[in-house]
Design a protein around this ligand. Structure first.
Ligand SMILES: [Zn+2]
Ligand SMILES: [Zn+2]
Length: 137
């Protein structure tokens, strides 16, 4: 499979992207780091993400990605990371289901408020026109 030549986002080197998105050197480093993280979690069950980051030097984003990929379930460890809004433990996405629902209903409320505002503006406009045309008479 022919790859695409581009700059590695981790080290800036030009490389042939075959789907890993980073160069082979960095990919090896990532795999090595992931192995380290998995080993640490296996030895320290219940370790929190900041603790794992500190112990392994892996970025939190990498650990979250590994949680989403189910990498810790493979070793029998249930890992979660906190919802960005309320801190509830989640295993996918950025926010928990509750916050997602809240955000969704908030959006709906905003949309209907906006629709109502548009409706009001229209009524105002019509009223204004009516007023002006009456004045012209
Ligand atoms: Zn690289
Ligand atoms: Zn939440």
């Amino acid at each position: 499979m022919a790859g695409k030549i581009k700059n590695c986002p981790m080290c800036g080197k030009l490389f042939n992207d075959t789907g890993h998105k980073v160069c082979m050197d960095c990919y090896d480093q990532i795999l090595e780091k992931e192995r380290e993280v998995v080993a640490y979690v296996r030895d320290h069950r219940g370790a929190k993400i900041p603790e794992i980051c500190e112990a392994t030097g892996a970025p939190a984003g990498m650990i979250k990605k590994m949680i989403r990929e189910g990498r810790f379930e493979q070793i029998g460890v249930k890992m979660t990371y906190p919802c960005e809004k309320c801190g509830a433990p989640i295993i996918s996405g950025k926010i928990c289901q509750q916050c997602e629902e809240k955000a969704r209903s908030e959006l709906q409320k905003q949309a209907s408020l906006q629709a109502a505002a548009r409706q009001m503006a229209k009524v105002d406009q019509n009223r204004g026109q009516g007023f002006r045309s009456k004045e012209r008479d």
